[in-house]
Write a protein that binds this ligand. Structure first.
Ligand SMILES: *Cc1c(COP(=O)(O)O)cnc(C)c1O
Length: 241
């Protein structure tokens, strides 16, 4: 018999088990902090993993996937029907890759420059498919990370609004927590992102600016405690890279 995608392999069942463990971590943390479990979207980070791995997670009920390289993502995304899955772009975006973004991704987590936003917006307009965008903030001013500093965030939002980029829906903020940070450092970083979301939403009167993408395998609990609406989880689902 030909390849039967209903048959579950051992590797596929590990992914299904891992997914259910991650979902349990999310719901336990939501319960602990008095949040609705449905208020946190799990984005499975499938970067570097083959399409069969994505399919195994999809068959276990996972609908949101994140990729950090356009080229790698384009080997997987067209293999799924639209709009079956939601694809999230979570990596640094190069100018020459902006044209692929609106067609392939529903969410862009790493908006950090006005020129990239202009390019993405015009492509989105061209194909009549707006992109949900999150501004990446480098909360802890880590020189190894991209993103705007908390101080420059308002300036970037001002530029985005002045340019009237209607191909982009400004939906919120994203950050990466301090690697190996203590409980206190992680909580401080995530609560600062939340504060920045609230103050900028008020300052600019932004409707729908309500998403916080923060928390990964090792710090999703701290992020959910501070209000994450999306957690980006890779290794806890797919194993180490
Ligand atoms: C790889 C990656 C993740 C997932 O990291 P894990 O520790 O494997 O959960 C989340 N966010 C970004 C931006 C990433 O590059």
């Amino acid at each position: 018999m030909a390849e039967n995608h209903v048959r579950t392999s051992f590797a596929d069942s590990i992914i299904a088990d891992n997914l259910s463990l991650v979902r349990t971590r999310i719901s336990a943390t939501c319960n602990r902090y008095g949040r609705d479990t449905n208020s946190v979207r799990l984005v499975a980070i499938s970067k570097t993993k083959p399409v069969a791995t994505v399919r195994a997670a999809f068959e276990a009920g996972q609908l949101d996937f994140g990729e950090n390289q356009v080229q790698d993502a384009l080997t997987k995304i067209p293999q799924f029907k639209k709009p079956e899955l939601n694809w999230h772009f979570i990596g640094p975006l190069q100018s020459n890759k902006t044209k692929h973004l609106p067609e392939n991704f529903d969410w862009w987590h790493t908006l950090n420059r006005i020129d990239l936003a202009q390019r993405v917006s015009s492509k989105a307009l061209e194909i009549n498919k707006p992109v949900n965008a999150l501004i990446q903030v480098n909360v802890i001013n880590d020189t190894a990370k991209s993103g705007v500093s908390g101080n420059n965030l308002s300036l970037l939002i001002e530029q985005l609004l002045e340019n009237n980029l209607i191909g982009i829906r400004l939906r919120g903020l994203m950050t990466i927590g301090p690697y190996g940070g203590s409980e206190t450092e992680l909580r401080e970083c995530f609560s600062e992102l939340r504060r920045l979301l609230d103050t900028n939403r008020q300052q600019f009167d932004l409707a729908g600016f309500d998403q916080l993408s923060m928390g990964m395998t090792d710090d999703m609990e701290q992020a959910i405690a501070e209000g994450a609406t999306m957690v980006r989880v890779g290794s806890a689902i797919f194993g180490s890279r």
